[in-house]
Design a protein around this ligand. Structure first.
Ligand code: MLT
Length: 233
């Protein structure tokens, strides 16, 4: 398990990866897929989004800086903004940490996106693959973020329960400890940094939503710049 800024090419090349940005990029992605979005093109920079979406009638430009919608974009980074009207559309997305973590994971073998909203589905999907797994926690501005770590720990615990012989690195064991006995992610995260920031800019409902477990059985998969929906067999 790494945070986004610690990604080293040799550690991830050819490996299966789950990228997590619980608050809120990967929660937005799985929600948008559930609403019928077909593709999410992800970018590091705002300018790249304007450039890629230019002239496309089905394009939704979306994402945030400092948690707020970018001027000129159609949508921000609140999963609750994304309703049925986005079905069949293409999203062009940049966020402060989540899309950077995905772009940085480009050299992985298969790259999935994880969140509390699709936790069990992610565990099942990676067990189907039966390969070594690297979990990349997007974090916040280069810092460790408890929300991503808790989700990573719950994924590790899910794997441990279903596959007794699985082996874990020390960071994975540490995150499993964080997750130990946690039934309500919200109880663990109150007071953590990005959680508190989102509260301060009035995204209380996003917190309730993003910290809900297993609303979807969709496992979005990133490949060559684009996230698409994958469902369990
Ligand atoms: C990010 O990618 O940094 C986050 O999704 C920020 C946010 O909560 O909007």
């Amino acid at each position: 398990i790494f945070t986004a800024d610690d990604i080293k090419r040799e550690k991830i090349e050819g490996r299966n990866i789950v990228v997590i940005d619980v608050l809120r990029a990967t929660s937005v992605m799985v929600t948008a897929m559930a609403r019928g979005v077909e593709e999410i093109h992800v970018f590091k920079d705002v300018e790249e989004v304007f450039e890629a979406g230019r002239g496309r009638v089905d394009a939704i430009l979306c994402g945030e800086r400092r948690g707020l919608k970018v001027e000129g974009f159609h949508y921000g980074n609140s999963p609750l903004e994304y309703g049925e009207e986005i079905e069949g559309k293409r999203m062009y997305m940049t966020t402060s940490n989540g899309t950077k973590a995905l772009v940085g994971s480009n050299s992985g073998r298969r790259v999935f996106t994880g969140s509390f909203l699709n936790l069990d589905a992610v565990v099942k999907r990676v067990l189907e693959e039966d390969e070594d797994l690297v979990v990349v926690c997007a974090g916040t501005d280069g810092e460790f973020s408890l929300d991503d770590a808790l989700c990573a720990g719950m994924i590790a615990e899910g794997i441990a329960q279903k596959k007794r012989e699985a082996e874990f690195t020390d960071s994975a064991l540490a995150m499993r400890d964080i997750a130990l006995g946690c039934r309500e992610p919200k109880d663990r995260l109150a007071g953590s940094r990005h959680y508190s920031y989102l509260e301060s800019i009035d995204f209380h409902e996003d917190l309730d939503y993003c910290l809900s477990l297993n609303l979807y059985d969709i496992v979005p998969e990133y490949r060559e710049g684009v996230v698409r929906a994958g469902r369990l067999q």
